[in-house]
Write a protein that binds this ligand. Sequence first.
Ligand code: NAD
Length: 287
Amino acid sequence: MENNITGHTRLVGLFATPIRHSVSPMIHNTAFQELGIDAVYLAFDLGVDRLSQAIDSIKNLEMLGANLSMPNKMAAVPMMDELSEAAKLVGAINTIVNHEGKLTGHITDGTGFMRSLKDKEIDVIGKKMTIIGAGGAATAIIVQAALDGVKEIAVYNRHDDFYTSVQKKLAYVQENTSCLITLHDLEDKSALADDVADSVLFINATGVGMQPNIEASPIEDFSIIREDLAVYDVIYNPRETKFLREARLRGAKTANGLGMLLYQGAAAFELWTQQEMPIEKIKPIVE
Ligand code: NAD
């Protein structure tokens, strides 16, 4: 590999644990090299116990910024000088931008999701969507969809210990956007069928169906899926979950989580560099 690191090279860090499996260093370093940007992206295996020291380093080492993944996305919020509108509503960040010593926290998962819809020519603006799940990925999607002008979102979650806090969170997002957001128990199958019937997009934002449980699915009755419905699964391992396979067999347009993964990275890259990520060069890394 050609060595382009100089005395001017700036650092971007990824703070998470576990982290050694991440494709993000490959994505961002390829993009830096492709565009001739004098920066490197390195992964640091650390959790909440060392997070505040790591975040101080962004200022002390004049880093461009950082990415955060589990378990650091919520813990970093109070350590920021500023938050983007979406980060405030989600209550979590995955990207930090250092602007002359001032740190701004962003969440790019939702923007990544919305950009991946454009790629697939799925138009949900001014329309209704139904989403299963109300965890980290789902909340980022719901917030960005609401901010971007989706008219109505029906959220389905299992009735677990978090249900009441999810209800409060969604009410807060609704108050701060012009989107109508409703929460339902995933067990309420007739309500789910009605909401999916009115929706243009149906999303699985749970980990149900992920490796190694690839025959699991968040729904059992696939007759609610119709040909003119778009169906999205945030999971990318496997590339086609049972949920997506059944949707495809019913003629629906389908999309897996690779687009969201790619474009959340692109959005972070653009925040650090003010340059567009060379998507076509990066796609083969994640596919
Ligand atoms: P999380 O733990 O924050 O939330 C999990 C959600 O799934 C919750 O709503 C929970 O109630 C629901 N759930 C869990 N088990 C369930 C079950 N058996 N039946 C019904 N619902 C169930 O997790 P998260 O961070 O939101 O991640 C969810 C999925 O999204 C994971 O598969 C993760 O890999 C994926 N993800 C993908 C991207 C991407 O870029 N494509 C980004 C983030 C997360």
